[in-house]
Design a protein around this ligand. Structure first.
Ligand code: 5AD
Ligand code: SF4
Ligand code: FES
Length: 346
């Protein structure tokens, strides 16, 4: 489908509920055409909330002194990974606050090797560990990670500056995305939607950015204020952000067609059926939380994070019901690589 920036902006501004539903329906049809009525799971393990950065929007930023910091033990990580593997999840994501000290880099490398060994190389492994050096990315790739998620957060350098302290670099982040791609990772990026100071023009440009970077995966969700952050004093309307979030999924599906798009937990934080709505607007990936329940409340990037008291089993049961209720099935035991990646590497 041929879209121009102005079409994207018009859709993002659209208020007529019937037209908006029509948009979701055509995006859903596009998803079914490329990936079928299948949802792939990536179990996410939140390894640690220790972070050296200070993003103005994030609840685990270094400057937040009101949270207890934790780091999981190797045994705990392995236990969660094994549980995901046994439940038939084709792949997992390791995420944590950003650190790049040698001890951290070694720790992650060791975990990757152990998880690969535990699953005979069968469990797919995605990393979401922020900006790192080329050497580090290479070591982790060699150890067995094959996908990397690094959201650009916004494709506008000006807006990026308003959301981050001086020592955070937009160009550095773009460079990381390029390096990851060169090294052979499947690369995912994404943005937050409904940020203070963000306009629909910014969002339209984000979608054009995804296309220009030719990424394989998109993970994006509504911005939700966290009470202990500097950005929380700026006004932002959750319900507006929710609708914009669904429109962004739909437009990204129509514009990029065959990429993997996540229906993110932030949608669920605003509406209990938010992820199902995301799937019906064109997303095809869900990232069930498999972090040990005792740590979940310490890893809150935004307020009202769901599933704080549930465990991995409960979340799986919940998701199975929700997904079959909308007539989709779960792609158990599969890595579920994006079609764009398969086509690119054919
Ligand atoms: N609201 C929504 N998403 C957030 N993230 C961080 N803070 C927030 C927030 N307040 C997202 C960022 C980051 C990802 C791990 O979580 O996009 O890349
Ligand atoms: Fe750290 Fe990531 Fe939160 Fe920024 S968004 S403060 S890098 S965990
Ligand atoms: Fe965790 Fe529904 S996904 S309880």
């Amino acid at each position: 489908m041929d879209f121009f920036k102005q079409d994207l902006i018009n859709w993002l501004n659209e208020k007529d509920p019937a037209k908006i539903q029509e948009l979701y329906r055509s995006a859903y049809a596009m998803k079914v055409k490329h990936v079928g009525k299948v949802v792939y799971f990536r179990g996410i393990i939140e390894l640690s909330n220790i972070c050296t950065k200070n993003c103005y929007y994030c609840g685990i930023r270094k400057g937040n002194e009101n949270i207890e910091r934790f780091q999981m033990t190797d045994e705990e990580v392995l236990e969660s990974a094994k549980q995901a593997f046994d439940m038939g999840y084709g792949s997992i994501v390791l995420q944590s606050g950003e650190r790049s000290d040698p001890k951290f880099v070694d720790w992650i490398e060791g975990l990757i090797l152990k998880i690969k060994a535990m699953s005979n190389g069968k469990l797919g492994l995605t990393l979401s560990l922020g900006e790192q050096s080329k050497d580090t990315y290479q070591r982790w790739f060699k150890a067995g990670a094959h996908r990397y998620l690094l959201r650009i957060e916004t494709s506008s350098p000006d807006l990026y500056k308003k959301l981050h302290p001086e020592d955070h670099s937009f160009e550095g982040r773009i460079n990381c995305l390029k390096i990851l791609r060169e090294l052979g990772y499947q690369v995912g990026t994404g943005v937050m939607i409904g940020l203070p100071y963000q306009t629909v023009e910014h969002l339209a440009e984000d979608i054009i950015f995804f296309k220009s970077m030719d990424v394989d995966m998109i993970g994006m969700g509504p911005y939700i204020a966290h009470h202990d952050t500097p950005l929380a004093k700026e006004i932002s309307n959750r319900l507006d952000n929710f609708e914009l979030g669904l429109k962004m999924i739909a437009l990204t599906r129509l514009y990029l067609e065959d990429v993997n798009i996540a229906s993110t937990t932030a949608l669920q934080a605003i509406k209990s059926d938010g992820r199902e709505q995301g799937l019906l607007a064109g997303a095809n990936i869900i990232m069930p939380n498999i972090t040990h329940t005792k740590y979940r409340r310490f890893y809150q990037l935004y307020d009202d994070k769901p599933c704080l008291d549930e465990n991995a089993e409960v979340c799986r049961g919940c998701l199975e019901k929700r997904i079959s209720a909308i007539g989709e099935k779960i792609g158990y035991g599969k890595w579920g690589d994006s079609k764009s990646f398969e086509n690119r590497t054919k």
